[in-house]
Design a protein around this ligand. Structure first.
Ligand SMILES: [Zn+2]
Length: 132
């Protein structure tokens, strides 16, 4: 496997059984993006798209933000995909990996709490309307 330096966006319902290198698959149905790690290890990297996790920007070329730290893969690759181009970053050491993972968990928890609050507020409004 060779190093991948460019990704092209493919909008799909679900990911293919085996992903092609250099393709960033975007499933709007499942709010996920998937691609083959650019380092050449051939592993698949799946990112959840949500306000707390990853966002896709498509302006003819695809960007995936923030940086992808493949902390779950043996290669520990760390890179950005900006307008289709892979920009490499320094690999994270063990401490940074732990920090990135806990920041990720905090962001996910915060987003879940915000969603829950919005739901509670909606019920409170409905409840007040019925009582009012
Ligand atoms: Zn890799």
């Amino acid at each position: 496997m060779r190093l991948i330096d460019h990704y092209t966006a493919h909008f799909v319902d679900s990911f293919p059984a085996s992903m092609a290198p250099g393709v960033l698959y975007i499933s709007t149905a499942y709010s996920t993006a998937g691609h083959i790690c650019p380092c050449g290890c051939g592993r698949e990297v799946v990112t959840k798209l949500s306000p707390a996790r990853y966002k896709i920007i498509f302006d003819g070329e695809v960007s995936l933000k923030p940086s992808i730290a493949a902390t779950g893969l043996p290669c520990k690759s760390h890179y950005f995909i900006t307008r289709g181009q892979v920009e490499w970053h320094k690999k994270l050491d063990a401490t940074q990996t732990a920090r990135a993972q806990s920041a990720d968990q905090r962001a996910t928890a915060a987003q879940r709490a915000a969603t829950q609050n919005a739901r509670l507020n909606r019920w409170a409004r409905i409840w007040r309307r019925f009582r009012g």
